[in-house]
Design a protein around this ligand. Structure first.
Ligand code: PHE
Length: 341
């Protein structure tokens, strides 16, 4: 019997060396370690063996069993690591390929200009004051000294809502009244950026929505000289220290006197080109000294207080700077346009 165990061990180990795959190992396991394997039968049969023979035989049978188990385990591990090595070679990933670029968003060109404008005013001590897009006619017109049925209303073609007296703001100027009423009688230096809406025929030159940046300074002894000096300082920061500016008399119901500011055309440096329509100048903003009626509506005594206000359009400034010819490009959501900025 001992002899047979030796043989069995040799046979088993030899057989195992031939098993080259998972399936072979499985078959081997059934044959040599399975329930009806020869080794199993020998172990079961130990009961019938004589007492003298039993210990040596049992010891040997168990040794063979452990040898089989250890050898099987070793083979299984070798096969697993061989499979891994092979997989690593055949399924190799080429990591030298450049990755796909993630599409990265950026600020809308109008927003870029708007933020630049706001940043310049912030440096000069002007806070940002946010005001609503939906207004009452009172704030959009009456309190700004534009009575109902007054022809001046024609300057602002208006979106009326289905609620009587409620409109989409046609300019950021109603914010002047809001901030004055919130701050009176404290001095004010604010800019009011935001979207405005006009019921207009959409064309290359006019859109039904656009941004404005309104400015307002209220205090004691504020003069037209302050208006000119402050707006000129802004223009230099925005368009370069060398830029020439000029003020032209104008009219707005809520300012008196009123002026429009032009800057020297930065496309042709003032010599005349299609962008400035051969004038050498570009109109940049409307401005003026806050009308006494508007100051009073805001809660400031016009005898004691004065102030200046201005309003400019970031889209218009962006168009001039980049020679964008069609204002509709701003809201057309065409990436070919937007990705240029
Ligand atoms: N609200 C005016 C407009 O929309 C611009 C403006 C603002 C003019 C403040 C003077 C003072 O045209």
């Amino acid at each position: 019997m001992l002899e047979r165990l030796h043989e069995l061990e040799r046979e088993g180990l030899r057989d195992l060396a031939q098993a080259t795959d998972e399936e072979g190992l499985q078959t081997w396991k059934v044959k040599y370690l399975g329930r009806s394997a020869e080794l199993g039968r020998i172990l079961d049969g130990l009961r019938t063996v004589s007492k003298e023979e039993r210990p040596a035989l049992g010891k040997r049978a168990n040794e063979v069993k452990r040898a089989f188990e250890a050898a099987l385990e070793d083979r299984q591990q070798r096969q697993a690591s061989a499979r891994l090595t092979q997989a690593l070679q055949t399924e190799r990933i080429d990591m030298t390929l450049p990755g796909r670029r993630l599409a990265c968003g950026r600020l809308h060109p109008a927003t870029q200009t708007l933020r630049q404008i706001v940043a310049i005013w912030a440096e000069m001590g002007f806070q940002v004051y946010r005001s609503r897009d939906v207004e009452t006619e009172a704030y959009n017109f009456e309190l700004l000294n534009i009575p109902a049925h007054h022809p001046a209303r024609d300057m602002w073609d208006t979106f009326y809502t289905t609620t009587p007296g409620v409109v989409l703001r046609t300019h950021t100027s109603p914010g002047q009244i809001h901030v004055m009423r919130a701050r009176a009688p404290e001095p004010i230096r604010v800019v009011l950026p935001g979207m405005c809406y006009r019921y207009e025929q959409v064309s290359a030159r006019s859109e039904i929505q656009f941004n404005q940046v309104e400015g307002l300074a209220v205090g004691r002894n504020i003069t037209f000289g302050d208006l000119k000096g402050t707006l000129t300082a802004f223009a230099r920061r925005m368009f370069g220290q060398q830029v020439q500016t000029r003020f032209r008399a104008s009219h707005f119901p809520f300012t008196e006197p009123s002026a429009e500011m032009d800057v020297e055309c930065f496309v042709c440096s003032g010599t005349g080109c299609p962008v400035c329509k051969m004038t050498g100048w570009l109109e940049i903003l409307g401005s003026g000294m806050v009308h006494p009626t508007v100051l009073a509506n805001g809660g400031y005594d016009p005898e004691e207080f004065s102030g200046f206000a201005f309003g400019m359009g970031p889209e218009r400034i962006t168009m001039l700077r980049h020679r964008i010819e069609d204002i509709r490009s701003f809201w057309a959501n065409d990436l070919r346009f937007l990705e240029q900025f």
